[in-house]
Ligand binder design. Structure first.
Ligand SMILES: [Zn+2]
Length: 97
């Protein structure tokens, strides 16, 4: 079980997996439950983003790599989460000096 502080995701679109579970697609941002905006500061309701409290950011990254669905993970959110969680996973997103 992931830690309670791990961010979930908000996305512009959704699809159903084999088990009928809603999964994110389109523009995918990190989102913390209890807040009304993404980690990069976009207000959910204004941007029309759907919340996926059952999908963690890490899961969305995994989905992007393992499914045919188009998930565009927000770089700014990736950077924001990378600073707070395990660094080893975020090497790809490290900004250039
Ligand atoms: Zn974002």
């Amino acid at each position: 079980m992931a830690g309670r502080r791990d961010p979930a995701v908000a996305a512009s679109d959704q699809w159903l997996d084999d088990e009928g579970v809603r999964e994110p697609r389109g523009s995918v941002h990190a989102w913390r439950m209890g807040t009304n905006q993404t980690l990069c500061g976009i207000p959910l309701h204004k941007a029309g983003l759907r919340r996926f409290p059952h999908v963690l950011w890490l899961d969305a990254r995994w989905l992007a790599d393992t499914t045919d669905q188009r998930l565009v993970l927000c770089h700014r959110c990736a950077a924001a989460t990378g600073e707070r969680t395990a660094r080893r996973s975020w090497t790809r997103w490290r900004p250039r000096p």
